[in-house]
Design a protein around this ligand. Structure first.
Ligand SMILES: [Mg+2]
Length: 278
């Protein structure tokens, strides 16, 4: 069966399995949460500014910014330390002396932390609601899937302790109780693919009964490769205006997404269609 068209749902590959979805794996940042919205610019600026000071750097600031953005987003979905490793390699390649990637990770978290703390404080003070920091329609989409008996799992490249806390602040933790996964003390040991594979073997189900929802290249490639329904959320983390962010959209299509959505504004209807089948 091919699901119907809806103007904001952009199908790129038909989804024809008759199987009813049993489980869904969600990415966190940019897919559900906007608490870390703007993380890309913080990371890219930190890296590009440093690379610009190195003797081996010949690019203009603008070109360099684009180069850095390209590898940062290409690694989006893996634990953050991989982006920092790549940064250290770029420093070395430009004649600089790189610190341990962990050093850069800490500096990035320090910069991002200032913004996150402001956002969490606004929620706690009642100046913003949790829904202001969710991708529009996310709560309703989760609720519709959960009510239909689809088991929801969270898998993020952001450290597990952070997404546990941030999902509580956003009031969506109950959807994922006991099923929140992210890097721990050994970040290199974590992969989203492993989370997905463990889920399949734990339930003894086929990947065709799995839905993957993400705004990053890695989870999209993983889910598409496994054979589950792959939904790419090309969310605009700054504007929340219901339109796709073009760069994300292109990368998600390339990575094998069946369906592209800008957010979940009409997705409760989509969720109903998905679970109402089979
Ligand atoms: Mg993400």
């Amino acid at each position: 069966m091919v699901l119907g068209e809806k103007s904001l749902w952009e199908w790129h590959r038909p989804w024809t399995t008759p199987m009813r979805p049993r489980c869904a794996v969600f990415d966190f940042d940019g897919t559900l949460s906007l608490i870390r919205g703007g993380w890309t610019e913080i990371m890219v600026t930190m890296m590009a500014d440093h690379l610009l000071t190195l003797p081996g750097t010949k690019e203009t600031a603008e070109t360099l910014h684009e180069t850095v953005r390209h590898y940062v987003l290409g690694l989006n979905g893996k634990p953050t330390i991989y982006q920092m490793q790549r940064f250290a390699a770029e420093i070395t390649a430009r004649g600089g002396e790189a610190e341990h990637p962990q050093h850069y990770h800490e500096e990035y978290l320090r910069r991002l932390g200032i913004r996150i703390d402001e956002r969490k404080a606004r929620i706690r003070a009642g100046e913003a609601t949790p829904d202001d920091l969710l991708v529009p329609g996310a709560r309703e989409f989760l609720m519709t899937l959960a009510k239909a008996g689809v088991e929801l799992t969270l898998a993020s490249g952001t450290e597990q302790v952070f997404i546990e806390e941030e999902s509580r602040v956003l009031g969506i933790d109950a959807f994922f109780e006991g099923r929140i996964y992210g890097p721990g003390t050994d970040p290199m040991a974590f992969t989203k693919l492993q989370v997905m594979q463990d889920l399949l073997s734990r339930h003894g189900i086929d990947a065709a009964a799995l839905i993957g929802v993400g705004d990053g290249v890695v989870e999209t490639q993983n889910m598409s490769g496994l054979g589950g329904l792959t939904i790419g959320v090309a969310s605009d983390e700054q504007l929340r205006a219901g339109a796709c962010e073009p760069w994300k959209r292109e990368r998600l299509i390339e990575s094998g997404a069946h369906l592209i959505i800008p957010d979940y504004q009409h997705a409760a209807e989509l969720a109903e269609r998905l679970v109402g089948r089979g």
